[in-house]
Design a protein around this ligand. Structure first.
Ligand SMILES: NC(=O)C1=CN([C@@H]2O[C@H](COP(=O)(O)OP(=O)(O)OC[C@H]3O[C@@H](n4cnc5c(N)ncnc54)[C@H](OP(=O)(O)O)[C@@H]3O)[C@@H](O)[C@H]2O)[C@@H](O)CC1
Ligand SMILES: Nc1ncnc2c1ncn2[C@@H]1O[C@H](COP(=O)(O)OP(=O)(O)O)[C@@H](O)[C@H]1O
Ligand SMILES: [K+]
Length: 519
């Protein structure tokens, strides 16, 4: 599912009206009618009061069209024009006339005015600002947004919550206190917006549904976007079925390197993640204290040790195997002094997680030794050590772009929508849940990505599939366990069912955010 930038959406609008030979007014009618249908399907004529807050641009125009349809279907509506700007869009004006012809008379809220009292059992339709928002809302608009947020009403945002930009091309909302409507649900037109996927803004969107408004495929199919959301569809397309006459040698040899006294669990979780993702063989390289633990717990894994008793002080000779390093490794000076020069021996892409990243952050020159195409999997704390603190999601994204360019690597920025970023594209994952916020789940992910890389998936494919299947495994796990009880070990137990469910199609029509997981 492509994430179109603000400018690309305007272009899509233009191309749609040109190719389909319709007016912008007709496109507005089509878009807002889809939104009305969505509401009508759920409310089924309910007498709940509906308050429509409309701006003066085309987002407000959408609100007026929705209001007209609701009035025609006998809903109890009140319409307010939030008069934040003297310039009305032509399609807004046309629809204002059309609404008045239906004998619906909107109330105008002028600058400085407070919102009227509203029944807290009602629904508030937010059609104040859409993608036209080009600068931070002024103090009056901020107070309107605050009043909406404290109203207690169910808020349905049209296209996007007012105050929230579609992307960061015009301004960074964090620089001005992130003043935006917090919606329970957002009905967005044509494509999801970048800001839906990032924590500062994504929490304001609530559940989201992309409404298909028939944008010209000639444009949307061809346009190159910087970002997309992905799910099962993409992973199915790159999945490699196993052939009959294959053997364990066909699926690679994964080495998981790490562990230290007291953190052998991290290495075990990675090893198990690699095994369950299909690596033909897995070897662990650990300090001597790890041998009994690993041999006792993981009969499938071979164990080799360095000279260090409680921490690694030396590393195996680089070879034809696939390397995942860093889980539980520690950052002791003896370990770091051996690790950084060792990394130089590697020519093929490796997977670096946790303390491998922390060691490199303390010795930043070492990042130059990371082989091109390697996959680095920091959580936010590790990424801050790598690139310094960021001031906002927009700033973090910029730092990530620069990092990937500088070191020709793939970043897996872990979070609710993990971002897999290479020099060409950013992919936001759509699987996973807050149950994964538990110690060790990142170790499992590193092992899974390594297991896929070992089998011959291209690095970016291994990162995409590992991240998606990891989230899906946890989604399967929480169905039985709930969010609180899910552990990293349960994610490992879900890997098998996740592979299986990849090829089972959903029968019922899921809501769109769910549907995005299919793409
Ligand atoms: N394909 C699609 O997706 C379709 C989209 N459609 C709908 O059109 C919507 C976009 O409409 P829109 O361009 O008229 O912008 P909208 O958001 O109504 O804002 C109005 C104006 O406000 C202004 N302004 C900006 N920031 C400001 C601020 N802080 N404080 C005060 N003023 C500010 C700014 O004007 P400026 O001052 O920058 O010239 C802006 O133009 C879109 O979200 C969707 O709902 C459908 O109808 C058809 C299909
Ligand atoms: N709220 C959430 N929603 C979805 N996924 C999450 C959420 N919180 C954490 N995760 C996922 O859980 C994993 C946590 O990794 P990490 O912080 O490295 O764990 P650890 O260091 O304990 O192994 C990541 O894959 C991340 O994307
Ligand atoms: K809106």
């Amino acid at each position: 599912m492509k994430i179109l930038s603000r400018q690309q959406i305007y272009k899509a609008d233009k191309e749609t009206t040109r190719i389909q030979q319709i007016s912008s007014l007709e496109l507005m009618e089509r878009a807002a009618t889809r939104a009305f249908e969505w509401i009508h399907q759920r409310l089924q004529g309910s007498p709940v009061p509906i308050y429509l807050l409309c701006g003066i641009g085309n987002n407000g125009g959408d609100g007026l069209v929705i209001a007209r349809h609701l009035a025609e279907h006998g809903y109890h509506i009140e319409v307010f024009i939030v008069d934040y700007h003297p310039k009305r869009s032509p399609d807004f004006l046309e629809n204002l006339q059309a609404l008045k012809q239906r004998k619906v008379w909107p109330t105008t809220l002028e600058s400085g005015q407070a919102l009227p009292a509203m029944d807290p059992q009602g629904i508030l339709v937010d059609a104040i600002f859409g993608i036209g928002l080009s600068r931070v809302p002024d103090p009056w608009m901020k107070s309107v947004i605050d009043q909406i947020n404290s109203s207690g009403l169910f808020v349905l945002a049209i296209d996007l919550p007012s105050g929230m930009p579609a992307d960061f091309s015009d301004f960074d909302p964090a620089q001005n206190g992130l003043s935006m409507v917090h919606a329970q649900h957002t009905l967005t037109f044509g494509a999801p917006k970048l800001t839906f996927f990032l924590p500062e803004t994504g929490s304001a969107v609530g559940q989201w549904t992309v409404l298909d408004i028939g944008l010209a495929r000639e444009y949307t199919d061809a346009v190159q976007t910087e970002f997309s959301g992905y799910g099962a569809g993409l992973i199915r397309s790159l999945y490699r079925p196993r052939q009959k006459f294959t053997h364990k040698g066909s699926f690679g040899h994964l080495w998981v390197v790490g562990g230290s006294y007291g953190t052998m669990g991290a290495l075990q979780l990675a090893a198990r993640g690699g095994l369950r993702s299909g690596a033909g063989k897995v070897t662990a390289w650990t300090p001597q204290c790890g041998v009994d633990i690993l041999q006792g717990n993981l009969p499938e894994v071979m164990v080799r040790t360095g000279k260090g008793k409680k921490q690694l002080t030396d590393f195996p000779q680089a070879g034809k195997f696939t390397l995942v390093a860093g889980m539980g490794l520690g950052t002791a000076k003896v370990t770091a002094d051996a690790f950084v020069p060792w990394l130089k021996q590697w020519k093929q892409p490796v997977v670096l997680d946790a303390d491998a990243l922390n060691i490199l952050s303390q010795n930043p020159e070492g990042f130059n030794s990371v082989p091109a195409g390697s996959i680095l999997t920091p959580h936010p704390g590790e990424f801050a050590r790598m690139v310094g603190n960021w001031t906002s999601d927009a700033d973090k994204l910029e730092k990530a772009r620069n990092f990937v360019k500088q070191y020709s690597c793939i970043l897996v920025l872990k979070g609710a929508h993990t971002l897999v970023l290479d020099q060409h594209h950013g992919f936001f994952n759509t699987s996973g849940n807050p149950g994964m916020a538990t110690a060790g789940s990142g170790d499992v992910l590193a092992g899974m990505i390594g297991g896929l890389l070992a089998q011959g998936y291209e690095p970016v494919q291994a990162a995409l599939a590992g991240v998606y299947l990891h989230g899906l495994s946890a989604d399967i796990g929480v169905q039985k366990l709930g969010y609180e009880a899910l552990t990293a070990g349960d994610i490992i137990s879900g890997i098998g069912p996740a592979f299986v469910s990849l090829f089972q199609t959903a029968e019922s029509g899921p809501p769109q955010e769910e549907a995005a997981k299919e793409e």
